[in-house]
Design a protein around this ligand. Sequence first.
Ligand code: CTP
Length: 398
Amino acid sequence: MTKKKILLIITGGIAAYKSLDLIRKFREEGCDITCILTKAGSEFVTPLSIESLSENRVYTDLFNLTDEHQMGHIQLARMADILLVAPATANIISKITHGIADDLASTVLKATNKPVIIAPAMNVQMWLNESTQRNIKILKNDGINFIGPESGSMACGEYGEGRLSETNKIVDETLDFIKTYYSKPLKNLSAIVTAGPTQEMIDPIRFISNESSGKQGYAIANRLSQLGARTTLISGPTHLDPPIGCNFVNVKSANEMLIACENNLPSDIAVCAAAVGDFRVEKLNSEKIKKTGNVLNLELSENVDILKSIGTRNSKRPKLVIGFAAETSNLIDNATIKLNSKGSDWIVANDVSDGKVIGKNHNEICLLSNHGIENWPKMTKSEVANKLSQRIVDHFSH
Ligand code: CTP
């Protein structure tokens, strides 16, 4: 195995002292680590401690003749497998967003053709500041990756979001990113993922829907795409940004979602994570329904079950069909019925009682298949997506 090459950019915040621990941990994992230290960063850690731990030259100046001669800034920007900015201050985040290149760190970040991961660390108010949040959104859209920040107590005595993620987490996620980015284990496969709620119109301005946020389905589509699958995300209305790299199809009703799924077959993998509305109004009112002082009766008919229609197809059935089961009671019994009746290979079952899951960031699931039932501990929806996607990789590599 060749050594993973990491270019660590250390900027000037109190969390900069943790970069020394990061260097040590990356080296323990067998990585070759080279560092750029900004002027502000050098107020917190010294070039000497970085060089001693990394056993590589530390770079600080854009206009240093010796450095430019040994390794020019363009070469520095290209030699690594990944650029990791940790800790990343609000200032460097602003500079990257706006393309400012006025020192070595920002110039290298602009000149690189390699993936960039940012691990922010700043005071909670600086993190929540509108300009920071605007910048983060732009950078995410540009395909920059983030680790953290986390919530907790801060060096300045305040409490909230903005803490640098734990160094173990940064190391694990960076190495995992490099592995998937460069190997792309699903690169020969395609996937469709349904996500979010559907909306069933009652009249021109009213609809029946549900509280699904789409977070779990979006996280799955994002991960499958990162792993190299040609991924189509078919989504009902949500407030989320479509993941980078996915083909995105926006739908409203269950029927539109069904048609979009059929239009995107054949596909190797189908993950039905959408909270599809089970019923639609039989007779759609073309005019806004007026109050009459009486009870309003709506006649509802059942929508087609998209998962079932995909799982039980005779032709173009995906090789792996995965459904979800949202239950408020008898989780395993009800999920087992869905596994068997909908022609799905796996069911991801979750207990959605008491508002535990829908719209939230965490999920606690059981994975059901013909091989049995697995209980997964409570984790974030993106962790569920990563673990499920890894299962998909394992499935296709056997
Ligand atoms: N599903 C679907 N099309 C529907 C209804 C559900 O594709 N019209 C899919 C969901 O995306 C999910 C699975 O079926 O993968 C189970 O959905 P769930 O809401 O848990 O159950 P339902 O099948 O709707 O049954 P019930 O509401 O009676 O529990």
